[in-house]
Design a protein. Sequence first.
Length: 56
Amino acid sequence: MHNLSSEGPAKELLKAVPELLAENKCPDFIEDEGHYFGTDLPDADKRALIEYLKTF
C-alpha cells in the first residue's frame, strides 16, 4: 500500500481551479434550481407537455 497523503492531490486540484472556472458553462453555482421551460405556456399546454414527458 502506498503512503499517500490527501494534501498533494488537493494542492494540484487547487492549481487547476482558475482554469476550470474559466471553462464553467453554468451561470451560477445553485444546485437544483431547475429549468423554466414551458412556464409561459397556457395551463392546457402545460398539462399536455407533462403528459408527453411521461412517455419518456
